[in-house]
Design a protein around this ligand. Structure first.
Ligand code: CMP
Length: 143
């Protein structure tokens, strides 16, 4: 069983796509175990995007993710990292496969609606940055 960190970015929040995006993962059969509507501080952005420091797109990326609220989530399920990456689509909306979130709703790489962890290591790191252990709620599905 895996967990992953997913985050609807400020463009997704402002375009009213939280429900659409969450709904896709729910209908897939994945399990939501943590969620938080929040602002990202510059310090948090730097930790989250540490691997991109120094790249040309880093300053606009930080400016963008700190510009408005995000919807940060933890999802759980077998192969949840690979499954959600496939459902999100490639970073560049031009390359995202039809039917993916980015193909269906995004136009620009800088405004690509959602972030998803790309490996078990980054998932553990990102969940730890955004969520305290008690904020991730495991539970049994009873209905
Ligand atoms: P995300 O999955 O959040 O990870 C890094 C983000 O940087 C990426 O989505 C894009 O929104 C943004 N970005 C902008 N330009 C690039 C690029 N050339 N390569 C990768 N990411 C980019």
């Amino acid at each position: 069983m895996e967990r992953t960190f997913l985050m609807v970015k400020p463009d997704g929040v402002q375009r009213g796509l939280i429900g659409e995006i969450v709904s896709r993962f729910e209908r897939k059969g994945l399990k939501l175990v943590g969620a938080k509507f929040m602002m990202i501080t510059p310090e948090l952005a730097e930790r989250h995007y540490a691997e991109h420091i120094g790249k040309p797109f880093y300053p606009p990326l930080v400016a963008f993710v700190t510009s408005g609220p995000v919807f940060a989530m933890v999802w759980q399920g077998d192969n949840v990292i690979g499954l959600t990456r496939a459902m999100i689509g490639k970073t560049n909306a031009l390359e995202a496969a039809p039917g993916t979130i980015r193909s269906d709703y995004a136009v620009h790489t800088n405004f690509n609606l959602i972030h998803g962890s790309d490996s078990p290591e980054s998932a553990a790191r990102e969940i730890g940055i955004f969520f305290a252990p008690h904020e991730v709620v495991d539970y049994n599905q009873t209905i």
